[in-house]
Design a protein around this ligand. Sequence first.
Ligand SMILES: Nc1ncnc2c1ncn2[C@@H]1O[C@H](COP(=O)(O)OP(=O)(O)O)[C@@H](O)[C@H]1O
Ligand SMILES: [Mg+2]
Length: 367
Amino acid sequence: MGKKIRIAILYNQPVTGSVEGRKYVAENGKLQSELSGRRNGKQAKTNGRYETVDISEMGVLEEMEDIKCALNALGYRATTFNVDSDIFHLIDVLRGEKPDLIFNLVECVENDSDQEMNVAGLYELLKIPYTGAGSLTLGIALDKPRVKEILAAHGIRTPRYQVFRMKDKIELDPKLSFPVIVKPSREDASVGISDDSVVYSPADLRKRVRYIHSEFKQPALVEQYVEGREINVAIMGNKKPVVFPISEIDFSGLTADMHRIVSYDAKWMQGTVAYVGTQGVCPARLSPEDETAMKDIALRCYRIIGCRDYARVDIRLAKNGTPYVLEVNPNPDISDDAGFARSAKAHGLAFNQVVGKIVEYALERCH
Ligand SMILES: Nc1ncnc2c1ncn2[C@@H]1O[C@H](COP(=O)(O)OP(=O)(O)O)[C@@H](O)[C@H]1O
Ligand SMILES: [Mg+2]
């Protein structure tokens, strides 16, 4: 056998002090969110100390370990490297180690997700091939209103929307009607999404938009709330991408007073009604026509946004059967409990095989 291909898995170690631009302060020996009443971090034990971190970022650690095991089992030589604020250190390590490929799990630098695309740009400049989407796609996908504009230009339906910047007057566009959902325009993993995100009155709209501004320091994206089913479409490949069986979020375990959405709690807070009550199901029960239509839309989105190797497209299916694309996720979470893995499994691919395929697709770009 020839020399083993060396793969460096690059990731972000979740840090305390500040998480995604939001400050955390020490209180009673524990790190707590600066804003009381906020609940999107959990107590994690690190080095014998309890610290509050955003668990949507903790997920990447497990993912990184699983990928490392998979790569070693597949016969590659895998190393891991935590990308923190010291970019010169990153450059030194990459120049020293000269990996054959980077498995890119980096989502930010110093908790700033705007830098995600620049890290990929750095790999390009250093001429090191890497897995997943290129820098431009990563940059575009982070900007939800921009993605909606691009998809709309291609005739793909996304929910009607309005963007409120910091100084804008908060008044609903007559093209939209209550209820609407208020989201951060540049976050992912359901960060900033709770049951209160769905609003029914101008007063609640103002309150929630201001909350997004103050908490996330970014424009608020207000969308027409699409009542209906939620499906995820996982895709892999480049020249001839393969669309996996469609996954659906079953909301039937939620209580009647809860909105049928994947809130932060639903995604991350194990043991909550929201978490237990939102179960992924695959394959989704869809008519053959609906299934074909969803797959076709997702594949178009994949190509339009310029995804590579693997991605997941989230769609809401309105009560009247109209599909609305919510977002396109390049480099989605491939962990075993996430939607991507569920669909891959239904397609017959175990986790290790998914990892292997991502690497093979990326290596094809080396020549
Ligand atoms: N327009 C909408 N109508 C209904 N539900 C929505 C809408 N937008 C978002 N949601 C709900 O909020 C969740 C998170 O929103 P999304 O735009 O996918 O952000 P994220 O990048 O955080 O995943 C979705 O999975 C869905 O359940
Ligand atoms: Mg989403």
